[in-house]
Design a protein around this ligand. Structure first.
Ligand code: AMP
Ligand code: GLY
Length: 437
């Protein structure tokens, strides 16, 4: 990157992308940030003392549209937020056109795009994960489950049924026994609840233990882990209700001490990056390992090929030099020393529309945003501008991130800000940061 002042395009329109734009804007090297399609939060005048940020009306599935925008506006760097354009090859398209882009290629994004691919990869390279079997035939899968249930009697064979393809975070069904597994299998393969994503399924041994999200910056050769984060996936307090995209998060997670993080780097992150490089498909971007801390050590539940949402809103505020790190990944000179992490804790509370993750109404006016203390970050997700009003336009509306010396202080900060904000039907969890089990 030769220019001193950079124009950056952030692809996506959620809280994660607002956090990415916010993090990038901390750098004095940023001239302008465009966020496509962005939201009401991604429009900042330079008067705020940061780089100007504007929203561009291009949807994330419009890869040619993104490319021509980047060309026509002399974009120096494109940062991709969501998985869908990555799995559809946005990075390959930009690279072919000679444009710098941060994110993994289509082929390695299969680590998220296909659970069967990810499991086979892990098995082949000795990366710890649950035992599994993959099926494209319903009857064969059903027989397998019945057999498993019988063999391990009286153990009911707790199993996890996973649709192979992308299913907006809903394609994983955790079952208490083989019979429930057969029902889930039927829903996915016969009823086709997730469409073509369920043409293939992974049946996986059910593990137990606390969960943690470990995200790492990768430059193709090196992986540098970020502060471990915890995501609160269920809709309601006490971890009740349906799974959502994530109702809150915090980082770092104290129970992942240096020794455990080192183990995760050595047994999961580094071997993954090394194996991909060795097969000629280096991984550049953020690699997200969803990990269960089992009594037999950390095991991978899933890989994602991007920042988590809302993990990004809790982790990015802890990073001092996001732009420098992203450029080092793209240019292939990432070192652990480069990733400067602030001490302290960041906690994020998601404010959602009534009904989310089911159906919800939009167009509700948000109030109180201007009352939020200046040191709290309010990342917008499903918001839009309507005249002078900010209105809801999605299920997850805002992610409110508080920073403190410790978890309690971060939570106090975040919840004090949440109490300033209102919109009709607003719901959120009061127990972010608490132990789940
Ligand atoms: P995934 O989308 O693969 O992360 O799965 C969603 C959630 O399902 C995870 O956060 C876990 O809570 C749960 N899960 C996935 N795989 C397993 C497993 N093998 N054992 C127990 N729980 C799992
Ligand atoms: N918060 C989970 C995810 O982004 O996949």
């Amino acid at each position: 990157m030769t220019r001193d002042q950079l124009k950056v395009l952030v692809v996506g329109g959620g809280g994660r992308e607002h956090a990415l734009a916010w993090g990038l804007a901390q750098s004095p090297r940023i001239e302008h940030i465009y966020v496509a399609p962005g939201n009401a939060g991604t429009q900042w005048p330079a008067a705020e003392g940061r780089a100007t940020t504007t929203t561009v009306a291009i949807t994330t599935d419009d890869i040619p549209g993104m490319l021509s925008f980047a060309r026509n506006n002399a974009i120096d760097l494109t940062v991709v937020g969501p998985e869908m354009p990555l799995v559809h090859g946005i990075v390959d398209t930009f690279q072919l056109a000679g444009l710098p882009v941060f994110g993994p290629s289509k082929v390695v994004s299969q680590l998220e795009g296909s659970k069967a691919f990810a499991k086979d990869f892990m098995q082949q390279h000795g990366i710890p994960t649950a035992e599994y079997a993959t099926f494209t035939d319903y009857e064969a899968a059903r027989q397998y489950l019945i057999e498993k249930g019988r063999n391990v009697a009286p153990n009911p064979y707790p199993v996890v049924v996973k649709a192979d393809g992308l299913a907006a975070g809903k394609g994983v069904i955790v079952c208490a026994n083989a019979a429930e597994g057969v029902t889930a299998l039927h829903n996915i393969m016969v009823e086709r609840l997730f469409g073509a994503a369920g043409d293939c399924v992974v049946l996986e041994e059910r593990l137990s233990g606390p969960e943690v999200s470990v995200l790492a910056f990768c430059d193709g050769v090196h992986a540098v882990a970020l502060p471990p984060a915890r995501d609160y996936k269920r809709a309601f307090d006490g971890d009740h209700g349906p799974n959502t995209g994530g109702m809150g998060a915090y980082a770092p997670v104290a129970e992942v001490d240096d020794a455990l993080l080192h183990q995760i780097e050595q047994t999961i992150l580094q071997p993954t990056i090394a194996a991909l490089a060795a097969q000629g498909t280096p991984y550049v971007g953020v690699l997200y390992a969803g990990i269960m801390l089992t009594s037999n050590g950390p095991k991978v539940l899933e890989f994602n090929c991007r920042f988590g949402d809302p993990e990004a809103q809790a982790v990015i505020p802890l990073l001092d030099n996001l732009l420098d790190v992203i450029l080092a990944c793209v240019e292939g000179h990432l070192t652990p020393e480069l990733v400067q992490v602030r001490p302290g804790v960041c906690a994020t509370v998601v404010l959602a529309s009534a009904g989310y993750p089911g159906s919800y109404s939009t167009g509700e006016v948000l109030s109180g945003l201007e009352q939020v203390p200046a040191d709290v970050m309010v990342f917008h997700a499903g918001t839009a501008l309507q005249g002078r009003d900010v209105v809801t336009s999605g299920g997850r509306v805002l992610a409110v991130s508080g920073y403190g010396n410790d978890l309690n202080e971060a939570l106090r900060c975040a919840y004090a800000a949440v109490d300033c904000i209102a919109f009709r039907g607003m719901h959120f969890r009061r127990d972010i940061g608490q132990n789940l089990k």
